[in-house]
Design a protein around this ligand. Sequence first.
Ligand code: COA
Length: 328
Amino acid sequence: MTGRPPALSLTHGAPATRVLGLGSTQPDRVVTNHDLAARMDTDDQWIRDRVGIVERRFADEDEQVVDMAVTAGAKALADAGVAPADVDTVIVPNCTMPAPIPNAAAQVADRIGVRAAGAFDLNAACAGFCYGLGIASDLIRSGSAGQVLVIGAEKLTDVVDPDDRSTAIIFADGAGAALVGPATDAGVGPVAWGSAGDLVDMIYMRENRYIFQEGQSVFRWATTQVAPVAMRAAELAGVELSDVDVLIPHQANLRIVEAIAKRLRAKGAREDMVVADDIRYSGNTSSASIPLALDHMRAAGTVDSGDVVLAVGFGAGLSYAAQILICP
Ligand code: COA
């Protein structure tokens, strides 16, 4: 090297980012609690009371993670009115691809028509969407990417023992997507993230096949440790909890969702803050659950464009992440 290295240009980045469009999809097959009770020792009332789920959607054999991701991603582009040619990066948070190679993102990009995309999967389990949104936003702000499609997509029925009543009643399939692009006013706040690898044994794949979880331990951890992560995300974005219009915790269990909301209200969140309960009809779809809930709530009119949304994901790892976003 001779002399000083050249000054690198960092002028291509955007001052801020926004979510420009949303999309989601679920399999057609509805599975009720009664359907599950016909197969295992459980009942509708127990599942409603302890988990909050009324029904969920299961994919058929020929409907894969990639298929659901393509549908959700294409809908997010259509919602934003953005052509695939104007997207350069595709991130697919998931933990249920059939094998580590190939990843989902490159195939998804190709099928949607995003040519030569930067494309990668990201595994932070049920925190995956918030991790992906944070990375997408920072890629755009640094100038590395222009517009980024983030698609949480999961086929949990591939990794759940259909006869294990501690998991089969909870997990389900689906995909949710957000298109993130440059903006002058911030619409995505900094991500507050972290992990607790010492608690890895609480949720893992037993013998590389089926999900095992220590239900009560996960429940205790989530109801005590997740609300502070959400509060940190609000703080990083310079938002008071009383400014939050909509809370979307990962849809793991309705009682966990309500416990997080209760803690945030005790710290200043409004009583009329809308709290996502999409788990009731979608089940736990891991990295898809937050964008799926947001898209459903917007379609139902419970969330409006411009609303301040606080999203917080958490799950295996243990991993967690949260951020503020403005609803498109
Ligand atoms: N149907 C009917 N009864 C069930 C049942 C089911 N599916 N699962 C457990 N039970 C029974 C148990 O056998 C037990 O009976 P007993 O009191 O006669 O021994 C009783 O219900 C309570 O069991 P417990 O394991 O304490 O239930 P729980 O209230 O903790 O609920 C979970 C179990 C899994 C629903 C709950 O712990 C949970 O949701 N944890 C969080 C898991 C999670 O969110 N995972 C994803 C993270 S991303």
